[in-house]
Design a binder for this molecule. Structure first.
Ligand SMILES: [Cu+2]
Length: 329
């Protein structure tokens, strides 16, 4: 009874896991739909093959027990083995062709309107919206906004080791390889938040290397772009204003950029609009003043081994810097 209940519950969980914002079985864009068709096709064919093999095996075992068969059956046996081999070759060839056409189908169109560069870092995603006019270029981290219904070319690079970019609801999986540039087509038909994760083991904090692709209606997307292009806001709140001074006088500015201030470090994520992002530290924590304070106070306990050191701060400095970070919308 108990076993049956556990079985039923795990089946419900498995089916529920198929939908949601991070599932290859709940595709929301053309490339992911191609991949889903391939997954279903291969699963169905393999299931049929497995069932046939089991039926033949059962039949053969039963006949062996009843003592039937023997030398006289040599010829039909050769024939059935021969046809099984032929069927295997045909099925494998068929699956190879299907997989080839799927790969072609999710390939990049000649000219995607938008290209976004994503650089894998241990353990976060640097996202670069480059523009021919450098004044219009900007960077963000772990959060990629795209317009719905448009082909977006993601250019994938790596700063250190091999990572892998995978947003299952929107596209296939593609590696980020040091010294090489790969491309991937991303497309969302419906607005929403689509979660992705690094899919290639890349070190200690590989698990905490998530990203969010946010598909916006074109007008929302333009509004977001306009905000991101602006410099970091001048804090008006006294805590945040004091926090800005503290931020610039501590080591933070050596690793982080806040455009419009002397902070131009590039080791860590660009913080110009960090307060506008849903999460910090690659999906680890929701962005709130409290989580920012917790992170800045002790990044090594929250995400052991990551490349941000603990910078000694007084409690007032910590409070002010967190207020400043939160104000950077
Ligand atoms: Cu990884």
């Amino acid at each position: 009874m108990r076993t049956a209940r556990i079985l039923a519950l795990s089946m419900i969980a498995a089916v529920a896991g198929c939908s949601g914002n991070q599932s290859a079985l709940d595709p929301q864009g053309a490339p992911a739909i191609h991949v889903e068709h391939l997954i279903i096709g291969i699963t169905v064919i393999c299931t049929v093959v497995w069932l046939l093999v089991m039926i033949v095996l059962g039949w053969a075992l039963l006949r062996k027990r009843s003592g039937d068969g023997g030398e006289a059956r040599e010829r039909p046996l050769t024939m059935s083995v021969g046809s099984a081999v032929a069927a295997t070759v045909m099925i494998i060839a068929g699956l190879t062709i299907a997989s080839f056409y799927t790969t072609r189908g999710i390939g990049l169109p000649e000219n995607a309107a938008l290209t976004i560069t994503v650089r894998g870092q241990q353990w976060w995603w640097q996202v670069i919206y480059a523009d021919a006019n450098p004044a219009l270029s900007f960077q963000t981290a772990n959060e990629i906004h795209i317009p719905v219904g448009q082909d977006v070319r993601i250019q994938l690079e790596s700063a250190d080791v091999v990572h892998s970019f995978w947003v299952p609801s929107l596209a296939g999986k593609q590696d980020l390889v040091p010294g090489r540039s790969n491309s991937l087509l991303l497309r969302a038909e419906r607005p929403g938040n689509y979660r992705g994760q690094c899919a290639e083991f890349c070190g200690l904090q590989h698990t905490h290397m998530a990203m969010m692709v946010i598909a916006d209606e074109p007008a929302d997307y333009q509004r977001w772009i306009a905000v991101q292009r602006e410099n970091g806001v001048m804090p008006t709140d006294p805590d945040a204003a004091a926090g800005k001074l503290a931020f610039l006088s501590k080591h933070c500015a050596a690793c982080h950029t806040v455009r419009g201030t002397p902070a131009i470090g590039t080791t860590g994520p660009d913080l110009t609009h960090v307060g506008s992002r849903q999460t910090i530290a690659a999906g680890l924590l929701e962005t709130t003043r409290g989580s920012l304070a917790a992170w800045i106070a002790d990044p090594q306990t929250l995400k052991p081994g990551n490349n941000m050191p603990m910078v000694p701060l007084t409690s007032v400095e910590l409070r002010d810097i967190s207020a400043y970070m939160e104000s950077l919308k």
